[in-house]
Design a protein around this ligand. Structure first.
Ligand code: ADP
Ligand code: MG
Length: 152
């Protein structure tokens, strides 16, 4: 069940949605952000990071799997796993630096399912709606059918 489904008309509005959902997050939370290239995943994370006190520019991780930004009393992790087939390809100790106590993590992920990230607190799905219009859907994964089950 979608917690929220809205359409935005530009990057500023998508950043605002990111800011609003960030204010509901707690230390240790993971947010999975899905959608096609250019759908606005990084834009939404930028707005969320701002709301969490990040003042550094939030940019797409290009030469590493992620960035960590100091925020207000929390480190904001931003990972882009777009080009990866699965998290198991990464060094576990490298990933551990992005998750856990003292951190709130946003993970850009292109696929419908990501078993490795089953513990995520929120799933955000962005989709193109023509021009600068995007749909932003926010779901709590507890309300979704279990991943990896029969018939999926
Ligand atoms: P992704 O991380 O999903 O690949 P980005 O956030 O990096 O996407 O890029 C989204 C691009 O689309 C940016 O250039 C942004 O300015 C543009 N854009 C236009 N309209 C919107 C909108 N409503 N929401 C988010 N981004 C938008
Ligand atoms: Mg991106």
């Amino acid at each position: 069940m979608a917690l929220r489904s809205v359409e935005t008309d530009g990057p500023g509005e998508t950043e605002s949605i990111g800011g609003e959902l960030a204010r509901t997050l707690r230390d240790g939370d993971v947010v999975l952000v899905r959608g096609e290239l250019g759908a606005g995943k990084t834009t939404l994370v930028r707005g969320a990071a701002r709301a969490l006190g990040v003042t550094d520019p939030v940019t797409s991780p290009t030469f590493s799997i992620g960035h960590r930004y100091p925020g207000a009393g929390v480190t904001v992790s931003h990972l882009d796993l777009y080009r990866l087939a699965g998290l198991e390809q990464e060094e576990p100790e490298l990933l551990a630096d992005y998750f856990g106590p003292g951190r709130i993590a946003f993970v850009e992920w292109p696929q419908e399912q990501a078993a490795e990230l089953a513990g995520a607190r929120l799933h955000v799905t962005l989709s193109h709606r023509g021009g600068d219009r995007r749909r932003v859907e926010v779901e709590e994964p507890e309300t979704l059918p279990p991943t990896g089950g029969a018939g999926r």
